[in-house]
Design a protein around this ligand. Structure first.
Ligand SMILES: Cc1ncc(COP(=O)(O)O)c(C=O)c1O
Length: 415
């Protein structure tokens, strides 16, 4: 038996990982599927699919209501995900994890429960040019109601946030700042800890959209020093309709409920109702129980692979793919930040993004084309759309080779 010295990490066995994802073995248009649309949604490992299946087969019941055995089993499994998620992001307490349907709901919860009661006409909210619509439109809706302005921190042509400009915008009028941790279009990894320090110094809470960070790298909310962290489960190998908001306990404590109904109350009387403590105060109604149990399995799965190793493998794939794509004449990459995740937005001279994606699909390659829910970023670059290859830890160098080869073929077809 050959022993591996303890200080040497085991090599990243991507084929073994791929075997855990049933969908990755299918074909599309007669070709083995290459799934490069992970920023849109990720594929699910067998462990997640089986956890959902197991719930419905063996202990389907509503949570937090019934004292019977099935109800207790369902509640235990569902609540276990809260503990797992808290550990996953190093939250100080499980009670700081509010389950939501995803990032969109998490940000809207902050908008309506935290921010709206605090806003006065003339107040400001700061975001960046590279935000997803989920971190723009909720603030605009508040702006329309209260007369609040959205201030936008600019980025460079390479797709990096201009930190000094962001900090300059943090004036006493600002009631909240929001930033995407990893851009879903550019792959840029923003310097959240630095932004959080600047915001904290000025008493401004910082909300971080973590949708694209959690599936790809370790995240530690204590080290980041932010105040709100929004998450979406379906991009981190869990089921759709799952996600969470992490918020500091002292912020959650002072937030009124956003949705009213069952599960979120202490006592309901016609002359006045009292509410449960956080996080349940924000979780009205029957949740996506199976989905959250599946999300727990996804977190276990990512932990078993190791997020440092995931990040290192994806970095390798990113460098490999970027170098190869740069040799393709007429291909332009959007987003060349120094700190970057494995997201590559691109266009080829004279070709529309949708044509690129359609022709790549003929080769069995799934990439997204469009504005990626980031209209202002498209406006910044002066293009209506891009094609985007977004990778995950189950992708391989061979897939990158086939992708680059297919791009060459598509380029000739569209020339
Ligand atoms: C950066 C970013 N923020 C927010 C979202 C919205 O996530 P969800 O639709 O799961 O709420 C996405 C999803 O595309 C995203 O990439």
């Amino acid at each position: 038996m050959s022993a591996r010295p303890n200080d040497l990490p085991a090599p990243f066995d991507v084929e073994r990982i791929r075997a855990d994802f049933p969908l990755l073995s299918r074909t599309v248009n007669g070709k083995p599927l290459i799934y490069f649309d992970n920023a849109n949604t990720s594929q699910k490992p067998r462990a997640v699919i089986e956890a959902v299946d197991d719930f419905y087969r063996r202990f389907n019941a509503n949570v937090s209501r019934a004292v019977h055995t099935l109800g207790e089993e369902a509640t235990t499994a569902y609540e276990a995900t809260r503990d797992k998620l808290a550990r996953f992001i190093n939250a100080p307490s499980r009670d700081e994890i509010v389950f939501t349907s995803g990032t969109t709901q998490a940000i809207n919860l902050v908008a309506y429960s935290y921010l709206l009661p605090r806003l006065q006409p003339g107040d400001e909210i700061v975001v960046t040019t590279m935000e997803h619509h989920a971190n723009i439109v909720p603030w605009q809706l508040l702006g329309d109601r209260v007369g609040v302005k959205l201030k936008v921190a600019p980025i460079t042509e390479k797709g990096e946030l201009i930190v000094e400009k962001f900090v300059d915008l943090l004036t006493p009028r600002v009631k909240l700042a929001g930033v995407v941790h990893v851009s879903n279009v550019l792959g840029t990894i923003n310097p959240v800890a630095e932004l959080a320090r600047a915001a904290r110094k000025r008493g401004i809470p910082l909300l971080v959209d973590g949708s694209q960070a959690l599936p790809h790298m370790p995240v530690d909310v204590r080290a980041l020093g932010c105040d709100f962290y929004a998450m979406t489960g379906h991009k981190m190998f869990g089921p759709t309709g799952t996600g969470a908001l992490w918020a500091r306990k002292e912020l959650l404590r002072d937030m009124p409920p956003f949705f009213g109904g069952g599960e979120m109350i202490r006592e309901v009387r016609f002359d006045g109702t009292t509410y449960a403590d956080p996080p349940h105060r924000f979780e009205a109604g029957t949740p996506n129980i199976a989905g959250f149990i599946g999300l727990g399995a996804a977190i276990d799965y990512m932990n078993s692979v190791g997020r440092e190793r995931i990040a290192a493998w994806e970095r390798e794939l990113l460098d490999y793919a970027t170098a190869a794509l740069k040799t393709v004449p007429g291909l332009r990459i959007f987003g060349e930040a120094e700190h970057k995740a494995a997201v590559i937005s691109f266009l080829i001279d004279g070709a529309h993004a949708h044509d690129l994606a359609t022709l790549l699909d003929h080769e069995g390659i799934a990439v997204r084309s469009g504005h990626h829910c980031a209209h202002p970023l498209m406006q910044f670059y002066g293009v209506p759309a891009t094609a985007r290859a977004s990778l995950a830890f189950y992708n391989t160098r061979e897939e990158v080779d086939r992708f680059v080869e297919a791009i060459g073929k598509v380029r000739k077809l569209l020339a």
